[in-house]
Design a protein around this ligand. Structure first.
Ligand code: SAH
Length: 487
């Protein structure tokens, strides 16, 4: 299988620096399923083409762990894997162009973020999808897409079409971005993976799609196909696309200086224009800071984070030495595992370790483990509960756990008109059971407060649109007895 990348921006041989492969040399890379070769059929100042040729050895495939197509014995030896661009090519890109894919260029760092007029050509791409899927994947990313369905057999045209296309993508784009698009979308087109898909793949999808996937109109199909139709992983991917921020547990908040860098986080919840023009922080970061400020003002020392997800708020709260006890509760074991990782629970010194605990549990059943805290937070959680379970959640929270302070945030559905990628009427992500207007949220909050003996105030989170309000809305409840001043 073959991929060529052509740069026509003089000096075109900059492509060599960016790919970290010398244009004058042929280089070979052993892979578990064959060998990758990189060479340049042309390399001058005006035009430079790098070629990645992946030689898949079908015998290696059968001997190794990789199941090529999941078919019968003959199918294991005779199949399209050596010839058609697929997840094998993605793996090869990940290995051979790892430096470029991660946006590093030691010799010329200034080149990394420079968009170049690039053309990627793939003579054979496995495409198990309807005709429209090829442009639907690449056009929203800004490519001019040329593709041609290949015949099953050139000598017998009446045999019809094959599941392969010849594909050419052209755009002015950075090398890193182009590679990340191919890395994710080739297996999506193929709809088959040669290796087991698990949590690792989900993380890879989010990492390589960080700058563009959240805003892609086909993100649901991309996630499902990339993750081999493992619905729980795909659902998690889509949910996290909306909230995922930094990869590393201690990463500093992203400073968004351009639209492109802010898309690393929360494209589904923040428009590029907003990011570029006025928002130095992503919505998610704004939300976290707002909640931390409320907890600080309330001078609480103990907090339970309900529906803590992958622990982003907790990891920030852990740094606040004033807080002596932190608990995160979530129904998703996977989310808790990621949280444990983010918080480095297994490496925390004893004293820190005693301050924090993660609990597996549901929010609509009474749970003594969440009682006795000064504050509870439920950040972007209620919209994940079925509306008919909300009353149970209210009792669990306000009647049983009964903290002095409760902070709840949820999307403001009115703001959705500002998301160019969201079709009218569609919620921000698939797991949302509802999204409320400001009036609906306030009605809910007032009623809950009155029922359970709390006072409540409402505040916007994120840039307020004069017509439709803020992207996120927050309610801060204070237990009536002594306006939250004593336990
Ligand atoms: N608070 C986090 C995560 C929000 S996503 C953040 O702001 O990043 C919503 C979270 O609620 C998910 O992690 C989901 O697993 C959790 N959740 C949904 N229903 C739940 C339930 N019934 N009980 C406990 N957690 C639930």
């Amino acid at each position: 299988m073959l991929l060529t990348l052509t740069n026509t921006q003089p000096p075109a041989t900059d492509l060599g620096f960016l790919l970290y492969k010398h244009p004058q040399r042929v280089q070979h890379y052993p892979l578990s399923f064959g060998t990758a070769h990189v060479f340049y059929p042309e390399a001058d100042a005006a035009r430079c083409t790098a070629c990645l040729l992946v030689d898949v050895d079908p015998i290696d495939l059968v001997r190794g762990k990789a199941t090529a197509t999941g078919g019968g014995l003959l199918d294991q030896y005779v199949n399209d894997r050596p010839y058609a661009a697929s997840s094998f090519l993605s793996v090869a890109i990940g290995r051979v162009f790892a430096t470029a894919l991660s946006g590093r260029c030691a010799d010329h760092p200034e080149l990394v973020n420079r968009p170049l007029p690039l053309v990627a050509h793939l003579p054979v791409v496995a495409t198990r999808a309807d005709e429209g899927f090829v442009p639907a994947l690449f056009e929203p990313l800004g490519y001019r897409v040329e593709w041609q369905r290949l015949p099953l057999d050139e000598q017998f045209p009446d045999w019809g079409h094959s599941p392969y296309v010849a594909l050419t993508l052209s755009a002015t784009v950075t090398v890193k971005t182009l590679l990340s698009h191919l890395y994710v979308l080739l297996p999506v087109l193929d709809n088959a993976k040669h290796y087991w898909v698990g949590q690792d793949e989900l993380e890879k999808l989010l990492r390589h799609g960080a700058d563009w996937l959240a805003g892609h109109p086909e993100k649901a199909r991309i996630a499902r196909r990339y993750l081999r139709h493992q619905w729980s992983l795909a659902r998690e991917a889509l949910a996290r696309l909306d909230v995922v921020e930094e990869d590393a547990p201690d990463a500093t908040p992203p400073e968004a200086t351009t639209g492109e860098s802010v898309t690393a986080s929360d494209l589904a919840s923040i428009t590029v224009e907003e990011a570029a023009v006025e928002a130095p922080l992503s919505l998610n970061e704004t939300r976290i800071r707002t909640v931390i400020a409320e907890l600080e003002a309330a001078k609480v020392q103990t907090v339970v984070d309900l529906g803590c997800g992958d622990g982003k708020l907790l990891s920030r709260l852990l740094k606040e030495q004033r807080l002596t006890r932190l608990v995160g509760l979530d129904v998703s074991v996977r989310a808790l595992e990621i949280a444990a990782d983010r918080l480095r629970l297994d490496r925390l010194p004893q004293r820190q370790r005693e301050r924090i605990q993660l609990l597996h549990g549901g929010l609509t059943y009474r749970d003594a483990r969440i009682e006795g805290f000064e504050a509870a937070t439920a950040i972007e959680v209620i919209e994940h509960l079925d509306e008919n379970r909300l009353a149970a959640f209210e009792r669990v929270l306000f009647q049983c756990a009964r903290p002095k302070w409760v902070i709840v945030t949820t999307p403001n559905v009115e703001y959705n008109v500002n998301y160019p990628f969201l079709p009218a009427g569609q919620l921000r992500h698939p797991d949302h059971r509802f999204e409320w207007t400001r009036a609906a949220f306030e009605t809910w909050g007032q009623r809950a407060a009155a029922t359970f003996g709390y006072g409540v105030r409402f505040a916007p989170v994120g840039t307020v649109d004069p017509a439709v309000g803020p992207p996120t809305q927050m309610a801060v409840f204070a237990r009536d007895d002594g306006r939250g001043d004593d336990a």
